[in-house]
Design a protein around this ligand. Structure first.
Ligand SMILES: *Cc1c(COP(=O)(O)O)cnc(C)c1O
Length: 405
């Protein structure tokens, strides 16, 4: 085998498009909730690849699914179906409200399919003119031009020319606002059951129930973007099950592949019928490798041991964070559900979430931010109590540094 060339963080600035600004370290290996960088320095991972590595790094069930499928069949295209795609679809439909599955490669693509389907379904059943999509401020639905325009941060869609139209935004949890805006021209309301990128903001129970009722009243489809909250992260397979409010379309990605790129759109047979042959597609959607890994993720996650374990881990996280806060008084609130938690910075530290992230990396801990005021945690659902303890000891040192600065 030829010798591998050596690369460093400096190489990034020489060869990569500058749309990201990655940390100074380059991780090379991961196992469970630990990661090692080029220098062999070890980190505790509370970030999970931005809520993706739902079973940590190199979980044996996922590695073995990947290896096994990797020696069988990698790709076919949608001119033929394949066994892993069908088995995964069967498991997803058995475990949820859904009766039909569409595969994509990412969250944005799953949402793109959902929005196109909602528009087409409205056209099929109610005629032209029912095309309004209602979304919420601070929501995040991906970076394709349609999905980023539906998302609730105009800054992300500004500067790229004319935007897709008939999209309106309201404040999250503002039911009266929705009641005033929604009409028979609305084809879909799209929401995250808990806003992730927007700051770990759960939907209020009355709001999510009210949205469902208003959608029913106006024949609008309710789309839940569970790209971040889905696949066990909330302590339920999908967060809608926690709320007891069922959407018409649900999108899943991130944790679904446990680190392998895959997205899925889940819906009913009646709604799915509007995506007839030829109306939408993707070269890689339903790729056997991706589906084999996601099937293994689903087999492990959708068990009482793992889902109940998430609730236990949430309690441990909250205890540690409360103890740290009792000493340093840096958080206003810890909110979220399951293994998707946000520590909201108190007024004194407004806008400084990134300082906590940077201090954490210095202490060999990976965390996330959600906006400028929230430190976000999205670790493995099976992270050990010992790893949580060690990670929190490191987080306390990081907090102490920021508080003393
Ligand atoms: C990450 C995310 C997306 C986009 O997923 P990609 O795989 O990056 O395209 C969409 N919606 C939500 C809620 C997300 O958190």
């Amino acid at each position: 085998m030829s010798e591998q060339m050596s690369v460093s963080r400096a190489t990034f600035d020489e060869v990569m498009v500058p749309n990201y600004n990655p940390a100074a370290i380059i991780p090379v290996r991961g196992q469970g909730a630990r990661v090692w960088d080029q220098e062999g320095k070890e980190y505790v991972d509370f970030a999970g690849g931005i809520a993706v590595n739902v079973l940590g790094h190199c979980h044996p069930a996922l590695v073995s699914a990947l290896k096994e499928q990797g020696e069988k069949l990698w790709h076919l295209s949608n001119t033929m179906t394949n066994e892993p795609a069908l088995r995964l679809a069967k498991k997803l439909t058995d475990a949820t409200f859904a009766e039909r599955i569409y595969y994509a490669n990412s969250g944005a693509e799953a949402n793109e399919a959902a929005f196109k389907l909602a528009r087409r379904y409205a056209l099929d059943h109610f005629g032209a003119g029912k095309d309004q999509i209602i979304s919420f401020n601070k929501s995040f639905h991906g970076r394709t031009f349609f999905t980023v325009t539906v998302g609730g941060q105009a800054a992300y869609s500004d500067g790229f020319g004319p935007k897709p139209g008939a999209i309106d935004h309201l404040d999250f949890n503002d039911l009266a606002g929705l009641e005033a805006l929604i009409s028979d021209k609305t084809c879909a309301v799209i929401m995250e059951p808990m806003q992730g990128e927007g700051g770990i903001i759960p939907a209020e129970q009355a709001f999510i129930e009210g949205v469902r009722a208003l959608c029913d009243k106006h024949n609008a489809l309710l789309v839940f973007d569970e790209v971040q909250t889905g696949m066990g992260r909330s302590g339920y397979l999908y967060a809608y099950q926690k709320y007891g409010v069922t959407p018409d379309i649900l999108t899943s990605a991130k944790s679904l592949g446990g680190g392998f790129p895959i997205g899925a759109m889940l819906t009913t047979a009646k709604i799915a019928a509007s995506l007839k042959v030829g109306t939408h597609g993707s070269t890689y959607g339903g790729n056997p490798l991706a589906c084999a890994v996601a099937e293994a993720v689903m087999d492990v996650v959708n068990t009482p041991e793992v889902l109940d374990g998430v609730k236990q881990r949430e309690a441990w996280f909250r205890e540690h964070l409360a103890a740290i806060n009792a000493k340093y008084d840096v958080f206003k609130e810890v909110r979220g559900m399951g293994m998707l938690l946000g520590a909201v910075l108190s007024d004194k530290y407004q806008g400084r979430a990134r300082d906590f992230l940077t201090a954490a990396v210095d202490e060999q801990l990976m965390v996330l931010v959600a906006g400028m005021d929230v430190v976000r945690f999205a670790p493995s659902l099976v992270i050990s109590e010992a790893d949580i303890k060690e990670g929190m000891a490191r987080f306390e040192r990081a907090v102490a540094k920021v508080a003393a600065a």
